[in-house]
Design a protein around this ligand. Structure first.
Ligand SMILES: O=C(O)C1=C[C@@H](OP(=O)(O)O)[C@@H](O)[C@H](O)C1
Ligand SMILES: C=C(OP(=O)(O)O)C(=O)O
Length: 440
């Protein structure tokens, strides 16, 4: 049976909440803990399905990964190059990050690994990682289109490469840096625009030598030196700014709201949504800004207010790539037109998010235009009609975005299958309802 959810008009949102741990950082903390020598302890880990799949895969690769009753995760790693051949397929579930980073990890180990995932992940492009990893010496057996299921035949004699990313992707960059750990010499990735740098920051914290230099065109050159001695450490995962986006936008849209979201990661390469919302006139404060384990965090205070449409430049996409669905909801309630540029990558996420937002908003009475890589939303400054049932296509961000729309729309919004929310935001419904939503 599918888990249908219905979101009705909310009362003004009030109170404080802490959204779950950052998904990107959680994957990386487990992976580096599995490569480090000695014990690593991770607090605040996201216990969503995507990250739990990564934990299970690392166990299959020989690392000791356990959860204690106090909620901390304890890892005893195998040392760089010490992973062992898994006895079965690795199922990455719904997770593009898990699949692509893990493929990098095993590509420079001398054994064979078989990867699969759910229907959504099996439709996503993998050539973007197999192509550069093949240059390092790994071989791949893939289906038509280079999609999962696929086999990685890892190389015993990896060669370091310098690779220019054709698309800005933190996942591809990270896959290559992780492959570079068990490779002699220096592995270099050139990114056309800066993307989230959690891998670089965490590699350094675990003891690796990582150099980052700007390019003249505004990109970055990232270099990792092979065979570092990674040492186990304690790590506290901040709350996920991509998850905080849902209660934050809900509080902006429901009149009379004021909420506080604590301990949210505000790495500048992740905060494009908050910058855009401020340009739309939103009242969002980053209070008590501080640093935690090499990452910036803050408490977000959000107050409701009127928003106006804006143009979002394509260069901002990497810093808010997962936030366009919820931004489109804010745009639908704003006064005037919002034009979001440079969205080609949205077509290859858990679903075609550009198409899904355009169709869902139109069904809720919003005037939208969809181009190949542009979404244009015409807001009227009044709440949309709503009243539609949205096909979420097992995409967590589509499901959560339309449940937020239901909180302000004239008529309730129904999401046909909300199980996907557990991939990134377990406890979403309870948290939103504790603030004032009516989702059931
Ligand atoms: O590196 C990461 O943790 C992520 C990178 C982004 O993907 P791309 O690298 O495909 O842009 C993002 O969409 C994903 O949710 C998480
Ligand atoms: C795109 C996302 O994740 P992934 O690529 O890891 O599946 C996301 O969380 O929005």
């Amino acid at each position: 049976m599918t888990n249908t959810l219905r979101s009705e008009r909310a009362r003004p949102l009030a109170g404080a909440a802490r959204v779950p741990g950052d998904k990107s950082i959680s994957h990386r903390a487990l992976m580096l803990g599995a490569l480090a020598v000695g014990e690593s302890v991770v607090g605040g880990l996201l216990e969503g399905d995507d990250v739990l799949h990564t934990a299970a895969c690392l166990r299959a690769l020989g690392a000791e990964v356990t959860r204690r009753d106090d909620g901390t995760w304890h890892l005893f790693g195998r040392g760089v190059g010490g992973l062992v051949e898994p006895a079965d397929l690795l199922d990455m579930g719904n997770s593009g990050t898990g699949a692509r980073l893990m493929m990098g990890l095993v590509a420079t180990h001398p054994f064979t690994t078989f990867f699969t995932g759910d229907a959504s992940l099996r439709s996503r492009p993998m050539r973007r990682v197999t192509e550069p990893l093949a240059r390092m010496g790994a071989r791949f057996v893939t289906r038509e289109g280079g999609r999962l299921p696929l086999a990685v035949v890892g190389t015993a004699q990896p060669v370091p490469i310098r690779y220019e990313l054709p698309v800005a992707s933190a996942q591809v960059k990270s896959a290559l840096l992780l492959a570079g750990l068990n490779t002699p010499g220096e592995t270099t990735v050139v990114e056309p625009e800066p993307t989230r740098d959690h891998t670089e920051l965490m590699l350094r914290a675990f003891g690796a030598d990582v150099r980052v230099e700007p390019t003249e065109q505004g990109g970055r050159v990232v270099t990792v030196t092979g065979f570092p001695e990674l040492t186990g450490r304690r790590f506290e995962v901040p709350a996920d700014p991509s998850s905080a986006a849902f209660p934050a936008v809900a509080a902006l849209l429901v009149a009379g709201s004021e909420i506080l979201l604590s301990n949210v990661g505000v790495n500048p390469l992740r905060t494009g949504l908050y910058q855009t919302l401020r340009e739309m006139g939103a009242d969002i404060l980053f209070e008590n800004e501080r640093e935690q384990g090499g990452e910036k965090v803050a408490d977000l205070r959000v107050r409701a207010g009127r928003l106006k449409g804006v143009e979002v430049p394509a260069e901002r996409a990497p810093s808010m790539i997962d936030e366009y669905p919820i931004l489109a909801i804010a745009a639908a309630c704003a006064e005037g037109t919002t034009r979001m540029n440079g969205l080609a990558e949205l077509r290859v996420k858990e679903s075609d998010r550009l198409g899904a937002m355009a169709r869902g908003l139109a069904a809720c009475g919003v005037r939208v235009e969809e181009e190949a890589d542009v979404l244009i939303v015409h807001g009227t400054g009044r709440p949309p009609v709503g009243g539609a049932t949205i096909a979420s296509k097992f995409d967590h961000r589509i499901a959560m975005s339309f449940l937020v729309l239901g909180m302000v729309a004239e008529q309730p919004v129904v999401v046909d299958d909300a199980d996907s929310i557990g991939t990134s935001f377990p406890g979403f419904v309870a948290l939103m309802n504790s603030l004032g939503a009516a989702i059931a």
